[in-house]
Design a protein around this ligand. Structure first.
Ligand SMILES: *Cc1c(COP(=O)(O)O)cnc(C)c1O
Length: 384
């Protein structure tokens, strides 16, 4: 085992303050967390609308399990595709206004299926440097040439498109998961049109939150095009689990026929699709929750205006506080924890070296008082 020496490699992680520990959350997902018997206010999840523990979603899951059982028992293309899966796909296509949607068990799996279905050897994927890890891995799996551009750098996208060989696909997060900013999709789409490229948008953090009645980032920019391939994930604002890819009907059929992480995996339990149908109805009528979320964001920005660490420029529910060094962000997270607040410290390789940050994520389930408690604690920690 000497060639592997896991103990030494773990020690190296620890030396760089890069060891992760799992926190056991002894409560349902929500702002009121219990960890090691301590009650904490959590700003740690992606349940932006507070639907993960919504009684109607939970009830739909329960009823779905009673009606359809616990497991699907096979992949979708063999015998695991049941009416709730089918109904959910139709509801997602109608909700997003796209021609067809394909349901996956996770966003990671959706991305792993999608990029290799769109591009292969001799083709070119042009990807934002801050894209989510699942898109990075999917790009590698595709065997296409991968060109990564500095975050949001449209001039570089243009140059890469001009130089690209084979089929061209531009790939971006809609809302960047560790920064909270929104990709310049209108300009990216224009470039894709000029260069006959596809535009893949991973809207894990925009679906349910942005746009008209939660339609997501395409609605936010009022964009519609057959060149757009849209990914929404269903474990964040939708509060359950899963993901979907939506777009042109032929493209989605191709993805279903060829996507390996679609074909060679067991279908998600049908009860999850039942829960997601309930969640989709709630998202559609959740303008009040989205307004609460926006008010929380503004309250946080105001409350932290004079703080020692700046908030990064974000207008979404993801509000990262820029700290810098790994050890400093861990210290700050521990100080907050001692004051009953749980905000995750995000370090490399999740974010570039030297840009460690607290990722404050807001939910409509938070109260104004939760926000005020957090702001007070951060201002005080800045004086320590
Ligand atoms: C969370 C996330 C994913 C992965 O989705 P899961 O359903 O959690 O696997 C993909 N892309 C982005 C941008 C994400 O933030």
């Amino acid at each position: 085992m000497s060639a592997f020496d896991f103990r030494a490699r773990l020690a190296a992680l620890a030396r760089d303050d890069l060891t992760r520990t799992r926190v056991v959350l002894d409560a349902p997902c929500g702002p009121q967390a219990v960890v090691d018997g301590q009650r904490l206010i959590a700003f740690a999840g992606n349940d932006y609308l507070g639907l993960a523990n919504h009684p109607e979603v939970v009830e739909a899951l329960r009823e779905g399990a009673s009606r359809w059982g616990a497991g699907a028992g096979a992949s979708h293309l063999v015998s695991g595709h049941q009416p709730p899966h089918d109904e959910l796909e139709q509801a997602l296509a109608a909700f997003t206004g796209l021609a067809r949607a394909l349901f996956f068990s996770t966003g990671y799996m959706a991305n792993l299926a999608l990029l290799p279905a769109l591009a292969g050897r001799g083709d070119t994927l042009i990807a934002d440097r801050l894209n989510h890890a699942s898109l990075v891995d999917a790009a590698l799996l595709s065997r296409a040439t991968v060109r990564r551009y500095p975050h949001g750098d449209l001039a570089m996208v243009e140059r890469l498109l001009e130089a690209a060989e084979g089929r061209k696909v531009v790939v971006t997060d809609g809302v960047f998961s560790m920064d909270g900013d929104i990709a310049p999709l209108t300009d990216l789409l224009a470039l894709c049109e000029q260069h006959d490229a596809l535009l893949v948008v991973d809207d894990a953090h925009g679906f349910g939150v942005l746009g008209e009645r939660g339609r997501g980032v395409l609605s936010h920019f009022a964009l519609a095009s057959q060149r757009i391939v849209y990914i929404g994930t269903l474990g964040k604002a939708a509060g359950v689990a899963g993901a979907f890819v939506a777009g042109d009907a032929d493209l989605i059929e191709w993805l279903m026929q060829t996507g390996r992480s679609y074909r060679y995996t067991t279908a998600a339990p049908p009860a999850l699709a039942c829960a997601l149908l309930a969640s989709l109805d709630l998202i559609d009528s959740a303008d009040d929750r989205r307004a609460t979320l926006a008010a929380h964001r503004d309250r946080l920005k105001q409350g932290l205006a004079g703080a020692r660490w700046p908030l990064m420029p974000s207008h979404t529910a993801i509000q990262p506080l820029q700290v810098g060094a790994n050890s400093d962000v861990l210290t700050l997270a521990a100080q907050l924890r001692a004051r009953g607040l749980w905000v995750p410290a995000i370090r490399p390789p999740t974010v570039p070296a030297g840009t460690a940050r607290l990722r404050i994520s807001l939910s409509a389930a938070h109260t104004a008082e939760h926000l005020d408690t957090l702001c007070r604690a951060l201002i005080e920690a800045g004086h320590d």
